[in-house]
Design a protein around this ligand. Sequence first.
Ligand code: SF4
Length: 685
Amino acid sequence: MTPSANPPSDAVQVLGACPHDCPDTCALLTTVEGGVARRVQGNPAHRHTDGALCTKVSRYPERTYHPERLLTPLRRGGPKGSGQFEPVSWDEALDDIAARLRAIAARDPQAILPYSYAGTMGLVQGDGMAARFFHRLGASLLDRTICASAGGEALVQTLGGKVGMKVEHFAESKLILVWGSNSIGSNLHFWRLAQKAKRDGARLVCIDPRRTETADKCHEHIALRPGTDAALALALMHELITHDWLDHDYLERHTLGWDALRERALQWPPERAAEICGVPVAQIRQLAHDYGTTKPAAIRLNYGMQRVRGGGNAVRAIACLPALVGAWRHRAGGLLLSASGYFPAQRAALQRPDLLAGRTPRTINMSTIGDALLSEASTGFGPKIEAVVVYNSNPVAVAPESAKVVQGFAREDLFTVVLEHFQTDTADYADYLLPATTQLEHWDIHASYGHTDVLLNRPAIAPVGQAKANSAVFRALAERMGFDEPCFADSDEAMCRQAFGDAVDFDTLLSQGFATLPVPDAPFADGGFPTPSGRCEFFSARLVAQGLDGLPDHLPNHEAAGSDPRHPLAMISPPARHFLNSTFVNVQSLRSVEGEPLLELHPDDAAPRGIDSGQMVRVFNARGEYRCKADVSTRARPGVVNGLGIWWRKLGPDGTNVNQLTSQRLTDLGRAPVFYDCLVEVERA
Ligand code: SF4
C-alpha cells in the first residue's frame, strides 16, 4: 500500500499514545519519513513506558499499512453477513446513513443503538463526538459492561472509586500477589516492576486457574478453580484473624464494618475454602502467613477473575485484604486493579449528556446484545432495535453467546453501520462499512487504568486512503441531520483540550506527550478513602439499599464445577498472548506466532477422552459447539480447560470461536458478562 501523504524529506518523531485496552497506556514515538510511519517505539522519556512496547504494538506500522486495511467507504453488495461490498463515495454513504437514521428517529430514536467499547481508549475517538451525536439524536444508551464493570463497581463500593496503589511502587514491595493477571502478556510494564522487586528479594505469588507464562516466573502458583477467588480471600482473612496478623489500629481508624466482616470471615476456615477452590489447605495457610507477616505486601489484581457470577463480591473480598494488615500505610503496599478513578476527565463537557434535553432513553446492556437484537418491541423492552452503529468494537467476535449475536446481526430488517480498520466478523454484517483512521492518523487524549499519567496523541501521518477519524464521521452525520449546536463544530484538538479542562496542563502534553497527575504516593496511609464514610467499606450500606449483601461473600458460579454431569469441565477464555481481545488477530506476523485456535486441557482430562495434543476437538455445551486444536498441557489445571482467544470467527477452523459457548448471564455487581463461568464437554472431533 502506498501511504497517502507526500513526502517532506526529513524524518521526524511524533509523540503519541497507545490506544489499546491495556493498563500500560504506553507513550509512543513514531518516526515518520516522507509522510510514511517507519517505526513505532516506546518513548524513553515516559517512565512507565521506559522506551519499551509490547510485541503487538511495536508492529503498529504493519497494522497501519496492512494490505487488508479498509481504504474506502463500502456499501453492502450481497446477502447480509456475506461480507460482499461495493465501494461508494463518502458523500453517498453519509447522505444515505443520515437519511436512514432520520427516518428511524422520526418514529422513535431509541430504535437506534450505538455499540462501542475500547477499540480505542481515547476520549475523543472513543465516546467524544459520537456521544454528542447519539445524545442529540436521543438514541438508546449503551451500558458499557463487557470488560470491567463488576470489578469497577466492587472498587467503588469498597474503596470509593477505581483507585489504588501507584504502579511504580510495586518495585519496592516485598510480597506481590499477581491475582488473575497474566502480566507478561497483558501488563508488561507492571511485570518489569515486579521483576525488579523480585531481584530485590520480593516473593511473587500468582493466583490464576491457568499456569500462565507469568505463573512460570513467580515463586509460587495457586491454581484455584475459576470463580472461587472470594472463598480464597475469605480464608486468608480467617487466618489473619486467628493468628492475629492484623493491624488493629488501621482497622479501628480507617475501616467500616470490621466486626461484621470478622464474623463472616470466621466462617471460612482454610479447609472449607480448599474444598471449593480445589487447592491444598497448606497452600492457603502459607499464603495467609506470607501476606500477614511480610511488609509491604501488594496485590496486582486484574479483570479476568471477575468474569464469573460472583466477580463483584470476589473483588470486594480481595480489596478488603490490604486494610486488614494495614498494607496501605506503605506506598509499596495495598492493591491495584484500576487507577482510572484518579483522572479528572470532564466527561460531561466531552460527551454532552445535556443534549438529551430532558429525554431519558432506555439503556441496553452491551453484554446481552444477542438477546437485545432478537427482542421484539414490548412495553418492558421498548422499540425493537432497527439500527446499530458499531465503532471501536467487534461484538460478533467478542460478545457472549455468539450464535444469538450472529442471528441478531443477520436480521434483514436491521440497518448496521460499522466504523473499522479491517473487515472484522462484525464488519461482514454491515450495510455500510466506513474506513476509520488508526492512532497514527488522528488526535486523541488518554487516561490510563494502570498508571496515573495523561497522554496526548498527535497525528503522525495523514489518514491512509480515504479513512476518516470517528469524530469526523459523527461530525459529518450531525451536519446532515441538521444538528447545529456549536459543539458539533469542535475540532479534535479542541476536544483534547476539553477532556481535562484546566486540571491538566495542555502545554505540557503538547511538549512532552504526557503529564503526571498529583496523586499521593501512599494515598490511603491515613485513610481518606473516597467512600461516603471516608473509610474502607467492608460493609456497604449502599449495597444493602439495593437489596444486596452488605458484606463480601463467595457466590458459586452460575455454572459451578460438578453441577452438570453432561458438561463436567469449566472453561475460561483468556487472551492469547499476541492478541488483545480480537485486535491484532489479522496481523499475520502475530497470528503466525499463535498458530491456530487452541484448547489447553490437562493430561488427566485428555487421557480418558483419548485426546492427544494436535488433534482437533469438539468443545460443546447446550449453547453451541466450537472446534479447535487440543494442547494437552499442565497449563490447564484438572477440570478446567483454557480456550485461548479471541480469534476472529472467520479465521477459526469452523467459522466460530470460544464465545459460541459462553453465556449471556450476568455478574452479581456491575451487570457484566460471565465469560469464565462456563461449563463444557470436550471430545475428539
Ligand atoms: S504494553 Fe499495552 S499500552 Fe503498551 S504498547 Fe502494548 S498494548 Fe499498548
